[in-house]
Design a protein around this ligand. Sequence first.
Ligand code: BGC
Length: 372
Amino acid sequence: MKKIIVTATALVAAAAFTLTGCSSERGGDTGGGTSTEASKGFAADATIGVALPDKTSENWVLAGQLFTDGLEKAGFKADVQYAPASNTVAEQQNQIQAMVTGGAKVIIIGAKDGKQLATQVEDAQSKGVTVIAYDRLIENTKAVDYYVAFDNFKVGELQGQALLDGLKERSGHDAPWNIELFSGSPDDANSKVFFDGAMSVLKPEIEKGDLKVVSGQTEIAQTATDGWKAENAQRRMDSLLTSSYGTETLDGVLSPNDTLARAIITSVQGAGKPVPVVTGQDSEVESVKSIMEGIQYSTINKDTTLLVEQSIKMVQQLQKGEKVDVNDTESYDNGVKVVPAFLLKPIIVTKANAAEAYANVPSLLEIVKSYQ
Ligand code: BGC
């Protein structure tokens, strides 16, 4: 994958450009995007299934509501289901199976565990259902027609770059800086992509000696956070502080999302230590407030409204039997096929650019303005 580091301003511009349905800097597609073969179409009031994972972050909660409202507004019957917090994988498998039996024409899936849905999506596809992987890729099966997501590798790159920028800005000293690394849940295909994106920026600095991972834990398996659960990140941070930061100062932490960022900050504060530079993702309300208060350093704006809109646009194109817009046909190999994708551009957010970054997200802009 290409390494692209762009400024926040360029990203805002690029996000707007993406909305026009054009452009991808990844996969060498610099033209007007590509479309896939047209399908036969189906009834304008067909049922569309949406299977979402458990509510591990605000974006999943919001997506459910937006899908219900948006699909119904577009004339479809929406069948939106969440997998419950326990026994999630089996429950999501059952939900998808029930959507197929219930006659859904398209099933949009935010996978709980993208490696465990092959049987269900293969059955769906054999019955003529189109399968769209939403936000998280479904792996090791040919039965995924499309992928719609924010560019996950770029999310990681932006997090890595933000960590470096934050260290320069806030640590009060030059390199070397002491850092620790956290990654997401191993059952989520995104976790590795986020981590690889971040490490594409951080690894050269670690090798140069400008960044020092004091615990020595630099492998994804060592840094993982099961289930994306805050308590697991907090526990790991507690133990890292005890084992590696008795005398050393912790300058920065790579956190893959906001829920975990806040857990890491809670752990450091609980230990009575200064808050390091901590990255995040998702623009959760509590993290946006924390950033404006100068505590958490950064987050990522992945506007769920845009992602749901793009997914519904795909459904409408399928319904009419039109070709479906994609803008990346190279980056998302799920193990057996490269899944045609429509990727949206994530935007890095720090206190410095928050007003600009949330210019199109009224609820967050209001929070930012209340601090200015
Ligand atoms: C999403 C992130 C989210 C995480 C935990 C990932 O798949 O891309 O936005 O923070 O899941 O819910």
